[in-house]
Write a protein that binds this ligand. Sequence first.
Ligand code: GLU
Length: 496
Amino acid sequence: MSLDMTYFNEMEAKIPHGKVRTRFAPSPTGYMHVGNLRTALYTWLIARNAGGTFILRIEDTDQGRLIEGATDVIYRTLAECGLDHDEGPDVGGPVAPYIQSERRDTYGKYAELLVERGGAYYCFCEKTESAEDSGEFDRADDPCRDLPLDEARARVAAGEPYVIRQRIPKEGTTTFHDAIFGDITVENKTLDDQVLLKRDGLPTYNFANVIDDHLMGITHVVRGSEYLSSAPKYNLLYEAFGWEVPTYVHCSPVMRDSQHKMSKRHGDPSYEDLKAQGFLTPAILNYVALLGWSPRGERAEQEFFTMPELAEAFDIAGISKSPAIFDIEKLTYFNANYIRNMAPEDFARAAEPFIRQSVKNEAYSVSEIAALLQARCEKLTDIPEKVDFFDALPDYDLAFYTNKKSKTDAAVSLEMLQKVLPKLEALNDWSTDGIHDMLIAFAEELGVKNATLMWPLRIACAGKLVTPGGAVEICKILGKDETIRRVKRGIEKLGG
Ligand code: GLU
């Protein structure tokens, strides 16, 4: 009895051809680690560079590990990063469904087809999961491998539990080609007859991804190099089905240091963590793009890329075989540059939650404070500590009033503050220019350097040695009443 091919022919007929089609196939783990984000980015870039199609597929066959809200992280991250998908669970497409748990029947049918083609067999042996996982199981001894198909089918029909295993040739070698690693040949005898369909009818990852990549018409499979060792088995599956093997693009891992892969479990930051640490999405993407890929030709020296520039410049040949080391300093450098180049209103919007962490007083303008910060922070998380003095004047050290370059010490500072107080009280135009012009004119009138007047005023108003912005900007934001209150407090502290 042979299988009715109608279903398979219909499935084949749906596969789009003629364009580059790539897929990002995350398992819903609840976070997006940096290596995953990079895979998503490279996969998207390959599609966009070729005017192709980018597909999102959710690989949730490992039901034991399902985490609430985990797919939301995937959708949110892709959307924030601008990695828009043309097909996927939420947008649909010609080869739906795009969630593996919804494709269960398909895997079962294809496993049966493979059995019929001789590429797999029903196995009724009781084996412990751990023997399976450790790969210690010796397939040469598996009595099921040589069961006549009719007999096996009869046992299946009688309700006996079974798995379906891949029938790996006992002899010979398998060679596969990877776009980064070249040709790799392995001895077939080193490959085990892996389980393709489990007792519960669910596929293993190794089976599901081959079926899906084929049925979704994927032309380029981009993934982490941890899957390299499975690639010969995938090739044997493609061959047994008589399908064309896609282009494999296995990317070397992102490392924490020369010895260790980045890992969330060991405290390395995920994409979400990096954002919480004050890094901007475009800076993260730009940096991650260069973690393992280098532009060539005209753009060989270019560091900063917009997404369209990346899509134009990206090529598989520029992906490196060697692992990349994640360097937070380098990411910080990219981030600082992105911050400086943002439109002021965009920066103010991004900075607002961080400003409001320490500046709760709504009277102080976010956009004015943001303007002081934009050139002076590398990460958004630098912000709260830099502007905390607006809400509450710290109990500062009087030694702050002494500054050689400004020619100030406690006595000079006291004199300056006492003299400038009535000028501030009399000033009606409390604008940046109004304050600035008054102070410059007054320093000249007093016959002192501008800094001799500005330094004590800034210390009195901020109570900090280092501040974003000078005395003029700080007085402007504080407003007249608060400035006067702080200057009086300075005078008092200095014993005046
Ligand atoms: N679901 C796999 C993972 O998250 C994807 C592997 C692949 O892209 O083939 O690691």
